[in-house]
Design a protein around this ligand. Structure first.
Ligand SMILES: [Zn+2]
Length: 419
């Protein structure tokens, strides 16, 4: 309680100081012609967390890194939709896998905002939203009016390249509520899980964009420095294994956002907050039932590894680290197969061999998606030629065929199978 009061007091002091500085600067600019306001940019929201803070917590014996996983949307407002799949449910599956990755790691304490079985908010959050509704509303409205004031005085620059639809009042209160809960409970990293979509796509046909995007807070916020530091390492790990979004406004899949409540709009988050859009909801690897579970697990695995890399000061992990292998192949695989778990594993194995995507292709043109197309065929051909003596010579073949027949299957099982 004292802690709370103290925090409130310090915040008020900061605010009063901020407003006084603004007033002084405005006075000097208007009356004396000084241009001080540019020096005040960024000083309004004090830095609330630094990379050193995070590393100190990680290496301390008495504390753990506290991670809150927020499966995006909920049963009431379920986000994107494609052919019977609600985004909120897909988010929940990924969030569960992510939770399972963090849970055994003793350096982390992991929490979830929604129950993985029912999709409902956990009792902790359900009660927090209900019992603290007016406090959350005040928290949000104060932050909003402060922000307006700072923007009006020019101490905070508006930076809103993405035009997003405002969320409704209930959703907004829940998201601010999550930020407040995370602040009150000293959560180091809040992690929002989403799948992407874009407006104007025809309902039952896949859209034209693909890939993941990582969102971090905009630079003027106090949690930006540490959030961006974590986000960069996470992005690097994801980008080595999946293709970044090619939606033009997503700028290569790494964005800092001023208005996204999830990452702390209006300075509503003290700790690190990140949001990942894991790909577009209509991408075949998420739509096909055989590949959906495995690829979501793989995304969660590399997310965990990205965060783990950050704390271990490692840039990325070995290309062969994957949850898609080992795998036991049993049937012939050839061009035209789609939505296949065996093809997904084949692509992962070829990637581990450094053959997928083939040179001159990228993870965008040749994604790991369980569809056996020209990319996979080319990579199989290269694989067969690499192991010429094992695969091709016994059949008197001089070149790879691109078809995974019996000899290629047995070599795959020998190199990347579990038996
Ligand atoms: Zn979403």
């Amino acid at each position: 309680m004292l802690h709370e009061l103290l925090k409130g007091f310090i915040f008020s002091l900061t605010l009063v100081f901020g407003i006084l500085s603004v007033t002084l600067a405005v006075f000097l600019v208007n009356r004396l012609g000084y241009n001080f306001s540019e020096y005040l940019v960024g000083s309004v929201f004090p830095v609330t967390i630094t990379p050193e803070d995070l590393h100190r917590t990680y290496t301390s014996r008495s504390q753990k890194i506290r991670v809150l996983i927020v499966p995006g949307h909920d049963n009431e407002y379920s986000g994107g939709y494609y052919r019977g799949i609600r985004e909120a449910d897909l988010n929940l599956v990924l969030a569960k896998e992510l939770y399972d990755q963090f849970e055994p790691d003793e350096r982390f304490s992991v929490f979830t905002a929604r129950d993985f079985t029912t999709g409902a908010y956990t009792p902790e959050f359900e009660n927090f939203f209900k019992n603290q509704e007016s406090t959350i509303r005040k928290f949000r409205d104060n932050l909003r009016s402060n922000m307006k004031l700072f923007v009006a005085h020019g101490t905070i620059q508006r930076n809103t390249p993405i035009d997003r639809n405002p969320v409704n009042n209930i959703v907004s209160l829940r998201l601010y509520g999550i930020n407040k809960w995370a602040n009150d409970n000293d959560i180091d990293i809040v992690f929002h899980v989403h799948f992407n979509d874009y407006p104007g796509r025809s309902a039952n046909r896949p859209g034209k964009y693909s890939g993941f995007a990582v969102y971090a807070p905009e630079n003027q916020y106090g949690n930006a420095m540490a959030s961006v530091d974590v986000a960069r390492t996470l992005y690097t790990q994801l980008a080595r294994n999946f293709s970044p979004s090619d939606l033009p406004i997503e700028q290569g899949g790494f964005l800092q956002d001023q208005e996204l409540i999830a990452v702390g709009s209006n300075a509503s988050r003290n700790g690190v907050s990140l949001l990942v859009e894991y790909g577009y909801i209509y991408e075949p690897q998420f739509v096909n039932v055989e590949t959906r579970g495995p690829i979501i697990k793989e995304l969660a695995f590399h997310t965990y590894r990205g965060i783990d890399n950050y704390f271990k000061k490692r840039l990325y992990t070995d290309a062969l680290e994957t949850t898609l292998l080992p795998f036991n192949w049993s049937t012939v695989l050839r061009k035209g197969m789609a939505g296949s778990r065996a093809v997904l594993a084949l692509q992962a194995a070829l990637k581990g061999e450094g053959l997928y995507p083939p040179l001159s292709e990228t993870s965008r043109t040749c994604p790991i998606n369980g569809n056996f197309g020209p990319c996979t065929e080319n990579a199989v051909r290269l694989f067969q030629e690499r192991y010429f003596a094992d695969v091709l010579a016994p059949y008197g073949l001089a070149q790879g065929t691109g078809v995974v027949g019996p000899s290629t299957l047995s070599l795959l099982n020998k190199l990347h199978g579990s038996l």
